[in-house]
Design a binder for this molecule. Sequence first.
Ligand SMILES: [Zn+2]
Length: 249
Amino acid sequence: MRIQLVRHATLLIDYANMRLLVDPMLSDAGAMAAIQNSPQPRPNPLVALPMPVEQVLDGVHAVVVTHTHRDHWDDAAIQLVPKDLPLFCQPEDLAKMESTHFVNAAAVHDARNWSKICITRTGGHHGTGDIGKAMAPVSGYVVQNEGEPTLYIAGDTIWCREVSDAIEQFHPDVIVLNAGGARFLQGDPITMMPSDVIHVCRAAPKAKIMAVHMEAINHCLVTRDELAEEVEVAGVSVMVPDDGEVMDF
Ligand SMILES: [Zn+2]
């Protein structure tokens, strides 16, 4: 398995001889409005893609979308991702995919086999209380193949029962966490804070843990450096890739 962080939550994953594109946000820097009601309003994305968009899409065999907030599935992705690629999404987003002419979109209810890959959907909480409810639904995915490490992409969720259940059930070898402590002016963070990431590390001490979803969208306030510092103090190990960085497993 090889994972390249493109930017934010957008990943290219080479897995069982297939290339998966996860949560494509393909807009140019500054092409989207700031997330409203958040502390540092600036146009998004805050940074450019680390490579030409054609290169992001080159050789992709299937697309996996955790949810359709625009930092995971933006207008540029709707325009540029080839409409005939297999596309896996949560059931609640299928109509949206079909209405934008993704003719091979398929909902992952519980699990789905495609090529030699099993994709199982997991749950999560995109925040607490009323904000968490308003941001729902969100999903994560566990990706499995007998010759590859088991990969758990948690999606936009805080540390919660669903995340700990997924770790217990699937014993992932590699876990990708959406950090950044995204938040609005009111309420609790809606993606993982360093303390959430540390919870995951302690719940999955044998897994390699990678944190993404930082420094690209204006309401994500926790930087890579801040996260790296806190996990070091906690004595756990987390990979914090730069945009464009490739990791082999
Ligand atoms: Zn997000």
